[in-house]
Design a protein around this ligand. Sequence first.
Ligand code: ADP
Ligand code: GLC
Length: 496
Amino acid sequence: MTNRPLNILFTVSEAVPFAKTGGLADVAGALPKALAQKGHNVAVVMPRYYGIDKSALRHLPGPLRVGMGPLGQKEAAVYESRLPRSDVPVYFIDHEAYFGRDGLYTDEAGESYGDNGERFVFLSKAAFALCEQLDFSPHIIHAHDWHTAAQPLLRNTRYADIPRFKEAATVLTLHNLQHQGRFDKGLVAYMESGWEVFNPYVLEDHGAVNLLKGGIAAADAVTTVSRRYAAEIRTPAFGFGLEEHLQAHAHKLYGILNGVDYEEWSPATDSLIAANFDRDDMAGKALCKSDLQRRFGLPQKADVPVIGFVGRLAEQKGIGLIAAAVHGLLGLDAQFVMLGTGEKWAEAFFTDIAARHPDRFACHIGYSNELAHRIEAGSDLFLMPSLFEPCGLNQIYSLRYGTPPIVRAVGGLDDTVVNFNPQTGEGNGFKFYDATPEALYHTVQWAVETYKNAPDTFAALRDRGMRARFDWDRAATEYETVYYAAYFGRQAKRLQ
Ligand code: ADP
Ligand code: GLC
């Protein structure tokens, strides 16, 4: 019975290769494929932002009509494409007023759009309307983060009596608890969920709407992207105010570690890097390193370790710790390469450090997938000192590219990186625990010294990392288990 193929509606705000600001897009570009390979029918639904070229997509007939309460009916065009190297359909909701913008969530100055609540409630509802239009009856409605967290609640309220959704169970995946979708309570009217759900056990949060809170309450199952993060978010240090709410719903909370799309992230086949390499032939890695040093204007020294950083320049990523420790770090015999965009102070600060220490520190403020690949491949060590990290993907890419990660032991970083133990010779990276510049500095120093003074030990550690595998197939199997539990659990409840 549990082999039954499921129809899965997968609504998300970004997906590789169409639109990406972070790891959510990597997940949305890969998990549906892994589920499809297991025989399930997955339909991905996302916005058509300006960055997505319409001419490459198929236009579906008829406008989609989506009721937005007092705002009336709004129309959207729908376009279709496939996830690359798969048959998984992706449906793009094209509505000029909501998604005809360059940014996904923020304007050029980095400010959140004022109508984000409305925009993503519209997306959440459009996905339901699309099911009607496509004659698609989902067994599972899988929502992601605050952007589509309205769906579980909508399923139980606005769409509760529509036959095609009667059997549907809802799953909400939390990729990041920091962003909860807090909006003015007027959003309830646009949701058409009824005001009964606007109470502190479901959607209300200090007088405002909290979409993530409502989604957690309403979903049949809630998942997050590592086991460790699933435990952490039930505590005040990581719960961002929702810890008690999550504790109350802990019986339906699961941790499923993300996978990696090794078709995109493998040094043996990567077409974006200077030379390919693999465990049994590491020669290409040295070429990648000198290429990286040259591109970033650093002295091309083979024996000085290059330490890479790729990521959003957000507090979450520990940029404050790096900034506080930077003068100590610059005293080490190492080179630093940083790629990222984000908080303005950080962009200015690291640009300035690079200008003052051109032989030690290089940074590129911007977004570049190619440079991200080149940094993974050409660095000797990878720095990821996050304050919190639901899963984290870069450290997993690093392991695969023979670039041992230096991480803070939180969330998915703790679940994927095994600390080096000089006594037993175990481990594939370097971990620290306290969120202090000193702990960061000493751990980087430890990694640099291991690299310089114990090359054989370092090579063995690197090799253990390259052997580790984080396949999407394993994650998809775990999602399947949660889907069946949610689906059959809901059926059972109907018998009560
Ligand atoms: P998060 O989703 O919190 O940003 P993850 O580690 O899960 O963190 O995923 C980040 C993803 O975004 C990775 O695929 C990473 O390579 C990519 N990325 C982040 N910043 C940049 C950048 N400036 N240029 C290119 N890729 C980036
Ligand atoms: C979020 C998290 C990151 C995670 C990604 C994909 O953006 O910050 O840790 O890897 O989602 O799940």
